[in-house]
Design a protein around this ligand. Sequence first.
Ligand code: ZN
Ligand code: ZN
Length: 455
Amino acid sequence: MTVLDSRYDTQIQTDVDPDSEFAAALPAGVSGARSLLGEVAPAAPTMAEVEDIGAGHGPPWLDAWLAEHGADVVRWRRHLHAHPELSLQEYGTTAYLSEQLTAAGLRPRVLPSGTGLICDVGSGPRCVALRGDIDALPLTESTGALYASTVPGVTHACGHDAHATVLLGTALALAAAPSLPGRVRLLFQPAEEVMRGALDVIAAGGLDGVDRVFGLHCDPRLEVGKVGTRVGAITSASDLMEIRFTSPGGHTSRPHLTGDLVHAMGTVITGLPTLLSRRVDPRSSTVLVWGAVHAGEAPNAIPQDGVLRGTLRTGDHETWEKLEPLIKELVGALLAPTGVSYELWHQRGVPPLVNERESTALIQAGVTAALGDQAIVDTEQSSGGEDFGWYLEQAPGAFARLGVWSGTGRQRDLHQPSFDLDERALLTGVRVLAHTALASLTAESDGLGVGTAPA
Ligand SMILES: [Zn+2]
Ligand SMILES: [Zn+2]
């Protein structure tokens, strides 16, 4: 038996639609389910039992909205979790979000691709954008949760169900506010996992007229109630590389009469990372790692073709700009004496996500107002990629990490089939985004800069 959180009981119930009224009414302890492996998973608390950690932090309209709709927020997340969709196929997700927004009197606009939404709340020339991504991953869920994926081979293992839900809750809570100091634009972004949804949102005018843009990502290493912030780069650039090698091939006794393809590949495998480390600033955290090497079969035959594939990451924007021509130069220099031909394919991914200083201070002000100043913790730059970085090429903004770990039990990483989150984070997420939007709009309207964030 796997116990994620000892607060929850672990009895078995397998035939409950997680989105049903019955599921909402279940008492704790009767909502466990068997996983594919036959394990009994921990039961989730009922929707109405999910605690609002920030209750009482105000403003009164936000406290009141969450008291009334907290269970709805959990229900939305469980629905989205049970019905995940891959990048650029988020049609059902888009329709579901649109339905809730429209029912609240808002007017969402679907992106030209047919998935993802843009929706404004409030009015006036000042505008802050909040982004939540909505796509799932091609993995088979193993949580055994009551609300587990009903789609074979697809699951929300990156928490984008929570991101979409938090943004939806924020939209509806803000729509219930008696007044707002400006406009809040909600960006329900598709296709983050394939690193292109942000560009689609920008192309659709998602950042037009926006003063600042903010976003959150679930962090399973951070306890619920905490939010990780950082000035500067918080994720890294990530490019894909492939090199295809060709040679006439031949007998291994006569390498001088052909191009020794395997030796040439070995030269690039070890030589390219080494040369890179001498041609780029080591402080840029640039790292090239090969993930696939294929060539040859027989021990006594020099093969005619081979392929190398890998990722090239860097934490520094200026370095990222220089990498493509530099790689081209170094691969050419390494292979010139070998007599082996090659084709280099370099796909630039996303830029590093670099948090702007004032925007980071604003998100910290939002966290403090929402949950208290003990909620803010420092976070590190990850070597992973995040396409929110494209937004910050266009407008100032900041991205933070939302604690989703229950505080006890194993910490399951993002992109693991067993990933799940503590649903109290849905409500802390709504509070943080709502307060960040208010802090940002108020700062813009005062015409004041904000305090300097700790570096
Ligand atoms: Zn992901
Ligand atoms: Zn993600």
